[in-house]
Design a protein around this ligand. Sequence first.
Ligand code: R5P
Length: 294
Amino acid sequence: MADKEGNIDAKDFGIGIPQKSEHFFLKGNANVDWGMKDRLSRIFNPKSGHSVMLAFDHGFIMGPTSGLERMDLTIVPLIEYSDCIMCTRGALRSIVPPTCCKPISYRFDAGTSILTDLNDQCLQDIEEAVRLNVSMLAVMVAVGDPNHEGITVRNLSKTVDMGVRYGIPTLGVTAVGKNLVRDARYLGLATRICAENGAQVIKTYFCEEKFEQVTNACPVPIVIAGGKKLPEAEALQMAWRAIDQGASGVDMGRNIFQAEAPIGMIKAVRMIVHDGATPEQAYDFYQTWKNENK
Ligand code: R5P
């Protein structure tokens, strides 16, 4: 309670000492609002500047993908090793313990499945995202898809507007059209379109050649999806090459939860993303962990 008398006089004004003003660590996000910076700082580690996101939203278009049949058994044990989880509201409410205290990259669009024509998406209600206390809104953008490019870019734009209103960053997820090649030219175009339309973070694929041109031409952080399951050594090699060429992290699903030893794999990915391990060191760790935890 405030006292009218007996207060100690304020005298430590730090005269002559300029007020400390922290530089924000995350590429292209120096001018976003405080709440958005707070959310981004929980997704990306301010020390390494990087993030290991665990993606398990595949069921919303693919159904019970291998490794996701029983997410309570396969995914929940992995969550503690991630920096952020990417999932749908269905998975969140049904299997993710709220006590896990991880930032949520929330699948904010919904639409067609692999059985029909992908990417015909609508958006959810922003109040649902706020109610679920999510840290990022993930929206698919199908650049080059003649039927859905316009819908998905408009979805991204609307999501950015809603996210800015509530201090929630938007993750632009570049979809891949049937006739589009995942090369640096296409990925550079798709990621740049997401960034120019306001996404604060972009998720895309790694490409074998000139990936550094994709990251350099994108003014905000890029995280890579893992894509289809690769042998573990190759997946670690890909993660290392992506980070080495300017990615700010991974948003990986199948190459973690379909690995022979998923916990060993996510730990090995962390070594690359946060600790500067080489792919060989990370793979050695993975093999040892797998053999010791049979
Ligand atoms: C794709 O739309 C989904 O967002 C997945 O989360 C994404 O593809 C990442 O998973 P994966 O590493 O298995 O490709």
